[in-house]
Design a protein around this ligand. Sequence first.
Ligand SMILES: CC(C)(COP(=O)(O)OP(=O)(O)OC[C@H]1O[C@@H](n2cnc3c(N)ncnc32)[C@H](O)[C@@H]1OP(=O)(O)O)[C@@H](O)C(=O)NCCC(=O)NCCS
Length: 167
Amino acid sequence: MTDPIPDIRPMTAADAAAVEALNEHAFGPGRHVRTASRLREGVPADPDLTLVATLDGRLAGSVTMTPIVIGDDPALLLGPLAVDPDFEKRGIGGRLVRETLTRAKAKGHRLVLLVGDPPYYGRFGFHALAPGQVTLPGPVDPRRVLVVELGDLARSAAHGMVGKARS
Ligand SMILES: CC(C)(COP(=O)(O)OP(=O)(O)OC[C@H]1O[C@@H](n2cnc3c(N)ncnc32)[C@H](O)[C@@H]1OP(=O)(O)O)[C@@H](O)C(=O)NCCC(=O)NCCS
């Protein structure tokens, strides 16, 4: 039997508490001190690209996209991505990532960065960078700093200090 197809749509204020609970469960209380979290502090997530997946009205997963800069270039930070353990391994994480990347590209975004597991994110085109290519504002395992270029941007395009989006 094939898995039911989740409804994927932008997150609304009404989803916020359930998404927070999902991320708390997936990443624990330490998540707020991670380097990636620092880039999100005080910066509103992109409301068009921050998505939830629901099945029968129940939150099954979510992905957040936050504007950042890499050097002088605007980019997006993908994460957190979390799927409710009850709904794992049904392709929901993959659908959320592909959908937010498709929407990001349609909005003209060209670079998406995340800190995550290369074996999971490689399937969506994310790849590691050359040593020193980008610098994050805190400790991070460089093997987990991954980027995908959207459109025809060159693979070496991401360069410089990763920082909060300038308002
Ligand atoms: C990672 C996560 C988002 C995957 O969601 P999902 O809906 O189960 O993902 P999909 O169904 O699209 O893909 C499942 C596949 O990815 C694999 N996978 C899951 N996590 C993985 C990881 N960290 N590294 C490598 N592969 C992974 C699964 O084994 C499965 O493989 P299969 O297709 O060969 O069976 C989900 O497990 C989760 O929320 N985990 C806790 C939070 C987390 O780790 N988030 C990502 C940060 S790196």
